[in-house]
Design a protein around this ligand. Structure first.
Ligand SMILES: C[S@@+](CC[C@H](N)C(=O)[O-])C[C@H]1O[C@@H](n2cnc3c(N)ncnc32)[C@H](O)[C@@H]1O
Length: 242
């Protein structure tokens, strides 16, 4: 199993189980996600975005296994929240370099992971930032990361790709790595654009990135962990939906 994302080849409950009932013979784990995140990550500034800090992990697989142990479940999604993906780093870099894009605006970070892009927007004066994720650990990580950077980010759970974005600016970092997600995300982002939003996508050309409806806003060389990617640096673009 690998937590890495595909790239287009043509592109370069308490540990003691507090149930309120009689003590159990077999302890039931409580899923204290903030405690789990704090215990399994280090507050670190991503190399391409030193302005902020995130709870990040060194390696995906041990953390993935620990998450499955914590929940007593197999087949969970990878711990995306624990890494600053190339696309998210590029987006956050672009926001810090161009704060006017978000200042005073309602911003939505969709597929937020640890919230890197939304937190950057909040630090750059966005009027209101929401970060959306389907992973409960990511939601907890976003809250911890926003707090660590002293900014407010509204965390919204659940799959919202069928609804409206209700934002002036939509940020999408590294979400075009699976076909079904990519197709639904594109439809969501196109509706947001039709409703007047500026849609910015950070992406190193993952397999399902729809480049035919995108224009390049900026290009960065983003350092990435070799354990997740196939190189130490990834040419990563911020794309504007046209
Ligand atoms: C590769 S990670 C990128 C995270 C972050 N944007 C970054 O660049 O660091 C993709 C994220 O999309 C989230 N995701 C997948 N499907 C989603 C959906 N339907 N709605 C919201 N988030 C979703 C995953 O849980 C994962 O955290």
């Amino acid at each position: 199993m690998t937590a890495g994302l595909g790239v287009d080849a043509s592109a370069e409950e308490g540990a003691a189980g507090e149930t309120g009932a009689a003590p159990l013979a077999v302890p039931v784990k409580v899923h204290d996600r903030p405690a789990f995140i704090r215990a399994n990550s280090v507050l670190t500034a991503p190399s391409h975005v030193p302005e902020l800090v995130l709870h990040l992990a060194d390696e995906a697989l041990p953390l993935w296994h620990k998450t499955e142990e914590e929940l007593g479940e197999a087949g969970l999604p990878p711990p995306f929240w624990a890494f600053a993906w190339a696309g998210g780093q590029a987006l956050a870099r672009h926001v810090f370099d161009n704060p006017d894009l978000v200042a005073g605006k309602r911003v939505l970070d969709v597929g937020a992971g640890g919230g890197i892009a939304g937190i950057a927007a909040a630090m750059c004066g966005a009027a209101h930032v929401r970060a959306n994720e389907i992973d409960a650990f990511a939601l907890a990580a976003i809250a911890l990361n926003a707090e660590a950077n002293g900014v407010a980010v509204e965390v919204i759970g659940g799959d919202r790709l069928g609804g409206p974005a209700e934002a002036d600016v939509v940020l999408a970092g590294d979400i075009f790595y699976e076909r079904p997600l990519a197709e639904r995300a594109l439809a969501f982002l196109q509706r947001a654009k039709a409703d007047g939003a500026l849609v910015l996508i950070g992406d190193p050309k993952r397999t399902y990135l729809p480049t035919d409806v995108l224009e390049i806003a900026a290009t960065y060389e983003v350092p990435v962990p070799r354990t997740l990617e196939d190189s130490d640096v990834k040419k990563t673009r911020v794309w504007r939906l046209v």
